[in-house]
Design a protein around this ligand. Structure first.
Ligand SMILES: *Cc1c(COP(=O)(O)O)cnc(C)c1O
Length: 229
């Protein structure tokens, strides 16, 4: 029951500061996810569509599933009926496809726009120019069955805390700027998803209000770290 103890501690730390925890359950078996669920966690993140659909079918239906990995347009249809949030929207093309399937299912799908902030070319995401282009496009204005809730970003995979801090700082500045320029009167543009197990404390310091933790929730290594605290 070590997972359950850990999740409670974590929730007690995050709730007072208004940070939402997404438990990243990719590669983890159903039993582990059920255990974290039993400890009170309801938001889970997966990065592969097929795995997400399998787990959705096997686990309690009050789980709010977030997709956090790159989404191909031809896979949108599999998650459109039930997905709670798509955090990894990185093109107008995929956003249009999400909207199309949301219409079919008569629902509005919450999305985050994934912004490229890392100092690496292996990660997906929009750059600043692409983001502005998307938001100003006529087509975007016509998508009534998606709701942009905010931005998501993944920092560089480095031990250099200064680099990570700067990347998160930049994303927070961008979030604030976009909010003022495009979503000033939209209360639901309220989510800044940044921070993973290795960097979530820095992310929260820099203004994150949604963190995505895999190994901190499910892994043995970090459970030890938490007990030692
Ligand atoms: C895997 C993953 C995480 C969680 O990573 P941990 O280091 O295990 O916390 C967070 N965000 C995304 C996009 C991921 O793919």
């Amino acid at each position: 029951m070590s997972i359950a103890i850990n999740i409670e501690e974590l929730q007690n730390e995050l709730r007072p500061v208004g940070v939402t925890l997404v438990a990243v359950s990719k590669t983890k078996p159903i039993e582990d996810i059920q255990e974290v669920y039993n400890a009170g966690q309801r938001i889970f993140g997966e990065n592969m569509v097929q795995e997400l659909v399998d787990k959705y079918e096997k686990l309690p239906n009050d789980i709010q599933w977030h997709l956090i990995g790159h989404l191909q347009t031809n896979k949108v249809k599999y998650i459109a009926p039930f997905i709670s949030m798509i955090e990894s929207v990185d093109s107008l093309k995929v956003l249009k496809e999400i909207n199309k399937h949301a219409v079919k299912h008569d629902r509005v799908i919450d999305c985050l726009l994934q912004i490229f902030i890392a100092d690496e070319d292996t990660k997906f995401g929009l750059d600043h120019v692409e983001l502005i282009e998307l938001l100003e496009s006529e087509e975007f204005g016509q998508l009534n069955n998606i709701r942009i809730r905010g931005l998501m970003g993944i920092a560089s995979n480095t031990d250099n805390e200064r680099v990570i801090k700067e990347e998160f700082y930049e994303l927070k500045m961008l979030f604030d700027g976009i909010k003022v320029s495009y979503f000033r009167k939209v209360d639901t543009f309220d989510t800044l998803s940044m921070g993973m197990s290795s960097d979530y404390k820095v992310a929260i310091e820099q203004g994150s209000n949604m963190i995505r933790l895999g190994s901190t929730v499910f892994g043995k290594r970090v459970i030890k770290h938490f007990k030692a605290k």
